[in-house]
Design a protein around this ligand. Sequence first.
Ligand code: FES
Length: 616
Amino acid sequence: MRHHPVEKATKEVVFQPMGRRMRFEQDDTILELARKAGVALVATCGGKGLCGKCRVSSSALSTPPSDQELELLGPISHSGERLACQTRLPEGGTVFVSEESRLRQQVILTAGQQIELQLDPILQVQDLIITLPSLITPLTMSELLLEALGGAESFSLPLSVLQTLPGALKDNSGQVTVVTRPGGEVIDVVPGWGRQYLGLAVDLGTTTVVAYLLDLTTGKVLAVEADVNPQISVGDDVISRIAYCQDKPDGLQQLASQIRECINRLAQQACEAAGLDMSRIMDCVMVGNTAMHHIFLGLDPVVLSQAPYTPIVKSSIELKARQVGLTFATEALLHWLPVKAGFVGADTVAVALAVAADQLTAPTLILDLGTNGEMILAGVGDMVCCSTAAGPAFEGGHISFGMRAAQGAIEKVVLDPLSLEAELTVIGEVKPLGLCGSGLLSLVSALVTAGAILPGGSFNSTMTSARLRSGSEGMEYVIAFAEQSGLGHDLVLTSRDVAEIQLAKGAIRAGVEIMMLELGVKNLGEVLLAGAFGNYLDPKDAENLGLFPCPDQERIRGVGNAAGAGAIMALISHWVRDHAKIMTHNIRYIELTTHPQFHDFFIDGMACTRWQPSRA
Ligand code: FES
């Protein structure tokens, strides 16, 4: 019997307006096709059909939208819009990605507070003269090198160093620079003296990745590169990433590869910017939340989403960078700072290092607000920390017109308290496309001050304004009418959006109150805000909404990307790495979900009022 080769029916999809083409065979959703084609789409819920953010249109669709899809698309949907994660292209065709669903280049915060440090890198660099083997001294090259280092017993030579040793010794008549690590391994030998050695500090965030290239011989930052975490295509928050690892057989491997490639790319870009070779990177320090830590290292993060939410490992990790696919020097080292708990990661430890949390002398709240709100209370002898599932509202997630801090995002709102007419500050000075976290709080704060949002969180129906109206989900505020917005339709803040902010705020308030209660703190001396949101947040808005008990506005300070600063400190200082272990041990973790007063604090904290001591 003759077998006919089975012809694979390849179809083509074209994503517009990017003009990206791809052939495909499988019956993937449009969102999955976009991921494979490298088209960056907003997919806040990771493709679960819950957020309504992945909007596309196509004339090549034959099936009608489901009820769930219609509900999510809502009245603001335009003709033919569909959800990319719920729709397939049976025959291929052209897909137009809606304006608001295109992932834009984000404004990434790279600068951070850092304390003065003495340069004390973990690697030892020595300029040596090695006698070359001869008939008079018939020792091997490795023996001569170890002898010059002061003793064969205390040092070891990996194969890669032995392989390059002859060239290194002969090139400069035995004048070499030798790099060794604590414990006595020689990790590099290069010809000549005074060679420059590089280090990379990486802040691996759920949303963004920042890489700092440093000269380890001077401690200077040579270049900084940043990008959006490519894992964002499977969802905005750590829970979506963990779910992806759980649901897909090779999900963990995929996400680990994505982020490792991203870090290699950022390192390459930073080296190019500095005019240096990536093979000179000898040491790397990484920080990030516990889920990012686990995924990067290829550790199953599913344990973090199941009680008792314990990480696989908490202590610091030291390994060769090549073991996790980083293409630096062959023997380059990689160090992860310790993590504290399932949702308090090495980034929080790095923030604590950067602000010298254990040296503070007044009660100080240190807040890193993102998808999770990680916080530390210090300055009273003891230190405590916790993490609240604030949700992605402060990063624009789960908000009808929320977006990240990219071009087109409203970052500040000034309202006329009577007419409620708005003056908007928009990133990039273009027509507004949505609200980023700081813009969202600014708007809600202004509406609360004007009395348009009542303490319970509902819109004030007795107020008269052309911008307050009844919408499909109850009352809503029109931020920009169609002709003023960059979307071609009205941009609104709905009652549901206000409720999302209340939930996030309630979670943070509960965390702050429980930490204050645990340490017997009645008033705060200072509030330090780490991360992008904290940096752009107007203290006045935080005070209006009672996010935390503000001492006075001058004592609320943004400390920038303190996690990145902490990673830099650990890269250039051996002492900081050791101190990170002590700091992590000395901060006591509080599990909020099992705290007896969490529920009451949370409910009280949802009120849209200034800080008042809770009834709980
Ligand atoms: S609804 Fe499609 S990604 Fe959320």
